[in-house]
Unconditional design. Structure first.
Length: 201
């Protein structure tokens, strides 16, 4: 996407999760990362600090470049990636485009402890094995809670929270609208879910 600031257009590469949240809007604030190499300079934009933090964390792994780090955020939420790394879930990590078994093992090995810290920062409680627990009540983080939903629904929850709704209220609305749309035979994409939920607020 291109963001105009003070009359200058900045070309940013963004993950699909950011695209879904910003689609149709004329104004936005993004958290950016300036990636510099000898032969190129790129700007990456993210709708949340957590997305940018995870992007930078993945870049610290040998063999992971910006394309793979961005693909991770197009495939999974930050909490899902952090949980997969912390629990050494190689199968989930291999769902990311460009990540084979060897790279998945390297990501899990190099980021395991740091991913657990990120998961805690995101609000997900862990059991003794280091995976996200089901407890936590109202203190459980947005990403951890949204991670149990299908991607379109999870993104809808995050968008509603960003708009000022309480997390539990957002989750309840999304689940209710998902059931209604399923009965009506209508699509349950992120944009439709958000619009339907806002009608009920």
């Amino acid at each position: 996407m291109v963001i105009e600031a003070s009359g200058v257009g900045f070309d940013l590469r963004i993950p699909l999760s950011t695209f879904e949240r910003l689609k149709g809007r004329t104004e936005a604030v993004l958290y950016t990362h300036h990636h510099v190499r000898e032969d190129e300079r790129r700007l990456f934009g993210f709708s949340t600090k957590e997305e940018r933090d995870l992007f930078r964390l993945l870049l610290s792994v040998t063999g992971v470049g910006p394309s793979i780090a961005l693909a991770a955020l197009c495939t999974l939420s930050p909490a899902e990636v952090a949980q997969a790394v912390a629990s050494e879930d190689l199968k989930t990590l291999q769902e990311i485009k460009g990540v084979g078994r060897k790279l998945a093992e390297r990501i899990a090995l190099e980021l395991r402890d740091r991913a657990r810290d990120l998961l805690t920062a995101l609000g997900g409680e862990r059991d003794d094995a280091g995976t996200a627990g089901a407890g936590g009540g109202s203190q459980r983080g947005t990403y951890a809670a949204a991670g149990s939903l299908p991607r379109p629904a999870a993104d809808a929850v995050l968008a509603l929270v960003a708009l000022g709704l309480d997390r539990r209220q957002a989750e309840g609305l999304v689940q209710k609208k998902r059931r209604s749309l399923e009965v009506e035979g209508r699509p349950q994409d992120t944009e439709t879910l958000i619009k339907e939920c806002l009608r009920g607020v």
